[in-house]
Design a protein around this ligand. Structure first.
Ligand SMILES: Nc1ncnc2c1ncn2[C@@H]1O[C@H](COP(=O)(O)OP(=O)(O)OP(=O)(O)O)[C@@H](O)[C@H]1O
Ligand SMILES: [Mg+2]
Length: 236
């Protein structure tokens, strides 16, 4: 089955950036993608107006739950990957979580982003009993700074209080992730002069896409890093 992923948090935390990054990886692998702009800002719809959009990425705007459901159903029928950017809209996040295989809550390592992520987590948990589809959601770090700080560690601790898992790989804070919004295109169509650090951003984007099963289905439990940890534990 082709996955449908829904991305959103109750406060601006990098949902459009993550959605476009994943869409770029899929398109580079020639997987057809429907990128659903269900956010208030319509940043993805604007991106689609710029030059360089790969033919494999179709951007559709959903202004309400009914439109969102229609777009997702059509994508499933075609077997396309569907990536929903719900932005910070609670109604769209709930609908996106209901319609998707997995919802992602991006977290920037700032206190306000973490509070919003935890509020989003509680909202999705409250919704989880409703509807037929089994609910699955996870936190994903966005715009991570590589310099460790006490605040970042405190926030990590807050996120770990929730039973909701956090993806092992996140997006590091890099100008390359912003470049597609400036120039159009994706990480995989831009060149290094338009987007410094492209190589690393591409590698990171591919890893996160693998972890999410965007490039063919990989069960989360089959993640190599976790297997290595388990084997190490057995060996000890
Ligand atoms: N990994 C990253 N590296 C660098 N900048 C990033 C990264 N992720 C997000 N940003 C920047 O942070 C800001 C917010 O990101 P983005 O627009 O993706 O968030 P959003 O949740 O979609 O926001 P909104 O609710 O306003 O639509 C943008 O200026 C974006 O360029
Ligand atoms: Mg956005």
């Amino acid at each position: 089955m082709t996955p449908v992923l829904s991305i959103g948090s109750l406060k601006t935390s990098g949902s459009s950036t993550l959605a476009l990054t994943l869409a770029g990886v899929a398109a580079a692998a020639e997987i057809p993608v429907v990128l659903v702009d269900a956010a208030r800002d319509k940043d993805l719809a604007e991106w689609a107006q710029k030059p360089g959009r790969p033919a494999h990425i179709q951007v559709e705007v959903a202004d309400d739950e009914i439109a969102l459901e229609r777009i997702v159903r059509a994508a499933r029928r075609r077997g396309d990957l569907a990536l929903i950017d719900a932005g910070d809209n609670a109604e769209m996040m709930r609908a996106g979580a209901r319609l998707s295989d997995r919802a992602l809550i991006p977290v920037r390592f700032s206190p306000l982003s973490a509070y919003a992520a935890l509020a989003t987590d509680r909202m999705l948990a409250a919704e989880a009993g409703k509807g037929r589809r089994g609910r699955d959601w996870a936190f994903v770090a966005s715009a991570v700074t590589t310099i460790p700080s006490r605040i970042a560690r405190t926030i990590e601790g807050m996120i770990e209080q929730s039973p909701t898992p956090r993806l092992e790989i996140g997006l590091v804070l890099r100008a390359a992730y912003e470049a597609p919004f400036l120039h159009g295109g994706t990480l995989f169509t831009l060149t290094d002069d338009g987007a410094p650090g492209l190589e690393r951003a591409r590698a990171e984007a591919v890893s996160i896409a693998y972890e999410l099963g965007v490039l063919g289905y990989v069960q989360p439990t089959e993640h190599p890093a976790r297997e290595i940890d388990e084997r190490a534990a057995y060996a000890a």
